[in-house]
Design a protein around this ligand. Structure first.
Ligand SMILES: [Zn+2]
Ligand SMILES: [Zn+2]
Length: 421
């Protein structure tokens, strides 16, 4: 234990020096430094690739698991913590203590001297090349590059998640921080209605928020795919949503050639330090597929969100490239002990006897409003929820109406034959 602690101190100090040597770099570890929310003077504006893109504005609730040096069971993460973008500075022998704690051996499998890979790509790659499940839970320890709340290192900084900030109640997720001129919120546009927001290339959209309940404002949401926090500071020069092309124009990394890497039997493309991801989760496509937020915002009235149930990880690197909920990580670590949060009522219905801790293998029954029919029971399988839905109760279909009419005609015909006979 003592040796591990000493190794960790050395690791952080070395990481700090290493990160300072990076062009445009910020602190990557070592002693905690104050967060500085960037000054935003243009729209759009590039975001720091190795430093603060924003800062948190409240302390986290009490943590359930420990991770590295900054997350401890029962502890909290203090307010004004750093919010970083998706990229890290890469791993070297300086982080051997951390890498072996993930279960990765030899540690050199995780080395990447150049950095500029997003945490999702790193997750997907390291899980495969190290042959380990990331993240996973071992006792009270969260084994991963990032802790349960989505941040890491002694100079604690968030890259993703913020799941411990989600209240899982009401409509719009609560505010977690600020990034430049705008607020940052958790991942739900409407928790009760179970929708996620359509987001532009920076990670923002227009709409009302808990802090602006009657006036539509630009604001960011945390999302489960890269860039996870923000890819740039929006909106665009015309005051609208930022397209993938407008984001890419801000970064030299986006005009550089893509690299290719082979792992897990497949070859993947990537552009280091390009935080602009298209609808396919790619930052390297010669012809990016525009994010659906742009077309949805052009509709009248604009459509700002979509059902949670229709989201799937778009990453070309596999599902390990998208963040997992705490419930999913618990399920992967101990499937029989997994529970699902089934407390959200379906649209046009009520929660019924469904609670926030439906055990794996169990079912519960939501209810539907008058005029709606429930699709069946809600079930939980190893932490994955299959929620029942309410659909409009079927009116008599044309074919059944027709056969009813034919049957009536048949009776009449039989009657007339009988009369004639
Ligand atoms: Zn980091
Ligand atoms: Zn929103």
């Amino acid at each position: 234990m003592r040796r591990d602690a000493l190794a960790l101190v050395a690791t952080c100090a070395t990481l700090f020096v290493g990160a300072r040597a990076q062009p445009g770099g910020g602190p990557g570890g070592g002693g905690a430094s104050a967060c500085a929310n960037p000054t935003q003077t243009s729209n759009p504006q590039l975001a720091n690739l190795r430093g603060d893109v924003g800062c948190t504005t409240s302390a986290s609730p009490a943590l359930t698991y420990s991770h590295e040096t900054s997350e401890t069971v029962g502890g909290t993460i203090a307010t004004n913590a750093h919010i970083y973008g998706p990229f890290d500075a890469g791993f070297s022998s300086s982080q051997d203590g951390l890498i072996s704690n993930w279960g990765c051996a030899p540690t050199s499998l995780a080395y990447d001297a150049l950095g500029g890979l997003d945490l999702g790509y790193e997750h997907a790659k390291l899980a495969v090349v190290c042959g380990v499940t990331l993240p996973r839970i071992s006792g009270t320890e969260w084994k991963d590059l990032l802790g349960q709340c989505g941040g890491h290192t002694g100079n604690y900084h968030f890259h993703w998640g913020f799941e411990c900030f989600e209240t899982k109640a009401g409509t719009h997720s609560p505010k977690v921080g600020v990034a430049g001129n705008w607020n940052v919120y958790g991942k739900y546009e409407n928790y009760t209605g179970q929708t996620y927001p359509y987001l532009d290339a920076c990670g923002g959209h227009f709409g009302v928020t808990p802090d602006s309940p009657s006036t539509s404002v630009y604001h960011y949401h945390i999302q489960m795919q890269a860039p996870f926090t923000i890819g740039c500071h929006g909106p665009n020069a015309a005051g609208g949503l930022v397209t993938v092309a407008q984001c890419k124009a801000l970064y030299s990394g986006c005009s550089a050639s893509a690299i290719t890497e082979t792992w897990g039997g497949s070859t993947y493309s990537y552009k280091r330090d390009c935080p602009c991801f298209d609808a396919n989760g790619q930052n390297y496509a010669a012809s990016p597929v525009e994010l659906p937020a742009i077309a949805q915002a052009a509709l009248s009235p604009p459509v700002t969100s979509f059902p949670v149930s229709s989201w799937s990880c778009p990453s070309p690197y596999g599902v390990n490239a998208c963040t997992k909920t705490v419930a999913q990580v618990i399920a992967a670590s101990n499937p029989s002990a997994a529970t699902c949060d089934a407390s959200a009522a379906p649209a046009n219905g009520g929660a019924g006897d469904c609670t926030n801790s439906l055990t794996s293998g169990a079912t519960c029954q939501p209810t539907c409003n008058t005029g709606y029919t429930v699709s069946g029971a809600t079930s939980c399988t190893s932490g994955t929820l299959a929620a029942a839905t309410c659909s409009v109760s079927p009116a008599p279909t044309p074919s059944s109406a027709r056969s009813t009419a034919l049957a009536a005609f048949g009776v009449l015909f039989a009657a007339s034959v009988a009369l004639t006979a």
